[in-house]
Design a protein around this ligand. Structure first.
Ligand SMILES: Cc1cc2nc3c(=O)[nH]c(=O)nc-3n(C[C@H](O)[C@H](O)[C@H](O)COP(=O)(O)OP(=O)(O)OC[C@H]3O[C@@H](n4cnc5c(N)ncnc54)[C@H](O)[C@@H]3O)c2cc1C
Length: 392
C-alpha cells in the first residue's frame, strides 16, 4: 500500500504539498514523498486537481495464509460471556465476506462449551485451559494470547470492550507491534482492500471515524458489549475444538486473593423495555414519574448525560458513548435531542419511539415512531392508563 504519483499528469502545482498534514511531500524537479512521514491519509489524493495521485491498496493479498478472524472469548465462572457470542456472530458475517474462518479462543478455566460458540458462528474453538486463572486476570489473559497469536497469525483479533478486554487488548497490541481501535461501534469489510473497517466516535464524539490498519497484523479492535445482536443458535453448524494447556498463569509478582462481580444498580444494558429520559423531562421530580411508569411497565430507566451531571440519576443509568450500550426491544425516548454521543449507545434498540416537542430533533431520524408532544404529559397519560388497567 502506498502513494503513487503519475509524473505525466503532475504539473507541479504543489497543491498536494500544501495539503499534506504531515509535511511528507516536497517539491523540486518532481514531487517527492518522505515515506517515514506519510501516514497514507489520502489528503494529497483528494486535493490534486490533475488526479495524478493514487493510494494503492494491496493489503487483501497480504492476508493469504493467515488463520482468519479470531474472537478472544472472555469467561465468567467457566462460561463465555454473552458479549463474546455477539462478537462471534459478527465475526461470522465478516468472515463470510472475506471467505475465511472464525476462531474463538478461550483463555481461562472453563472448557466444553464449544457447541455454543460453533452455533454462534465459530469454525474452530481453542481452549487455553488454566485452572488457576481468575476470570478478571487481564495479565494472564494477555500472556496466554500473545504467543498463540504470534504462532498462528490471525488477520484480525476482536475483543469485547469489557474491563478485561480494555485492559488486555492494548498490551497484546503493543507486544505484537500492531494497532488497536478501541470501543468500536461498527465493523465492516472495506470492499476494495478486504481491510477491517473499524468505526468509532472520534474528536470528542462529534464525528464517527472509520479506522483501517493497513500495515501491520493482526488488525485488532475492542467492541462494546450490546452493539451487535445476540445470535440465534444455528444448530446445523459444525466445527472443531482444540484443547491446549496454558498451565500455571500466576507468577507476575502479585496474586488475586478474591474477586467479586460488580453489581450495577442501573443494569440497563440487558433491559428489554427501556424508558430513556433527557433534559426535556424538566426536573428531578418528573424523572421520578418516569421511574414510577417504568415499574408499572416492567421497564428500566436510562438517561442522557446532562441528567447525570445535574445529579438527578446515578451514572449506571447513562446511555451513550461514555455510558451504557443498550439494545432493548423497545426504547421510549423522552425529551432527548439525540446527540451523536447519545445515539452511540442505543444503536442496538429494535424499536425506538421518540417523544419530543421538536419535530426536527435528531432523535426523530433514528426513531421508528415520533410522538410530537410534551414528554411529561406523555408519561402522566401512560401512567394513568397503566394504573387503570391494573385496577380492572
Ligand atoms: C465526549 C462527550 C461524551 C458524551 N457522552 C454522552 C453520553 O454517553 N450520553 C449522552 O446522553 N450524552 C453524552 N454527551 C453529551 C451530548 O453531547 C448531549 O449534550 C446530550 O446527550 C444532550 O442530552 P439531552 O438530549 O437530554 O439534552 P438536550 O440536547 O438539551 O435536548 C433536550 C431535548 O428535549 C426536547 N424537549 C424539551 N422540552 C421537552 C418537553 N417538555 N417534552 C418533550 N421534549 C422536550 C428538546 O426539543 C430537545 O430535543 C457527551 C458529550 C461529549 C462531548
Amino acid at each position: 500500500m502506498g502513494i503513487k504519483i503519475d509524473r505525466d499528469k503532475c504539473v507541479l502545482c504543489e497543491a498536494c504539498v500544501a495539503s499534506c498534514p504531515n509535511g511528507a511531500l516536497s517539491s523540486g524537479d518532481e514531487i517527492c514523498i518522505d515515506e517515514e512521514k506519510c501516514i497514507l491519509c489520502g489528503a494529497c489524493v483528494n486535493n490534486c486537481p490533475m488526479e495524478a495521485i493514487t493510494l494503492e491498496k494491496e493489503q487483501a493479498a497480504a492476508d493469504e495464509g493467515s488463520s482468519g478472524i479470531w474472537v478472544a472469548v472472555q469467561q465468567q465462572d467457566g462460561r463465555p460471556i454473552p458479549a463474546a457470542l455477539e462478537l462471534i456472530h459478527k465475526a461470522r458475517e465478516l468472515a463470510d465476506i472475506k471467505k475465511c474462518t472464525v476462531t474463538a479462543v478461550c483463555p481461562g478455566k472453563g472448557s466444553g462449551f464449544e457447541k455454543e460458540l460453533i452455533e454462534a458462528g465459530a469454525d474452530e474453538v481453542i481452549f487455553c485451559i488454566s485452572e488457576n486463572m481468575a476470570d478478571s486476570d487481564d495479565d494472564a489473559y494477555a500472556r496466554i494470547l500473545i504467543p498463540l497469536i504470534k504462532e498462528r497469525n490471525p488477520e484480525t483479533v476482536l475483543f469485547s470492550a469489557t474491563i478485561l478486554g480494555r485492559s488486555a487488548a492494548p498490551r497484546i497490541a503493543a507486544k505484537l507491534g500492531t494497532g488497536l481501535t478501541a470501543d468500536c461501534t461498527a465493523l465492516s469489510i472495506e470492499p476494495d482492500t478486504g481491510l477491517l473497517a473499524q468505526t468509532r466516535p472520534a474528536l470528542g464524539g462529534n464525528l464517527m471515524a472509520t479506522i483501517l490498519c493497513p500495515g501491520t497484523r493482526p488488525q485488532m479492535a475492542t467492541i462494546r458489549p450490546g452493539i451487535f445482536p445476540a445470535p440465534f443458535p444455528d444448530e446445523t453448524r459444525t466445527g472443531k475444538a482444540e484443547y491446549l494447556r496454558a498451565g500455571d498463569t500466576t507468577g507476575r509478582g502479585f496474586e488475586i486473593i478474591s474477586a467479586e462481580a460488580k453489581k450495577e444498580s442501573g443494569g440497563i444494558s440487558d433491559a428489554e423495555v427501556l424508558l430513556v429520559a433527557g433534559r426535556g423531562i424538566g426536573s428531578a421530580r418528573n424523572l421520578k414519574k418516569v421511574f414510577e411508569l417504568a415499574e408499572l411497565m416492567g421497564a428500566k430507566v436510562g438517561v442522557s448525560r446532562p441528567l447525570i451531571d445535574m445529579g438527578w440519576a446515578e451514572y449506571p443509568h447513562q446511555v451513550g458513548q461514555t455510558g451504557a450500550t443498550v439494545a432493548p426491544k423497545l426504547l421510549i425516548s423522552l425529551g432527548v435531542s439525540g446527540a451523536i454521543q447519545h445515539l452511540a449507545g442505543m444503536g442496538g434498540a429494535k424499536t425506538v419511539v421518540a417523544v419530543n416537542t421538536d419535530e426536527a430533533a435528531p432523535i426523530t431520524r433514528q426513531a421508528d415512531h415520533v410522538i410530537h408532544m410534551d414528554c411529561v404529559e406523555f408519561v402522566d397519560e401512560l401512567t394513568r392508563s397503566f394504573k387503570e388497567r391494573k385496577e380492572l
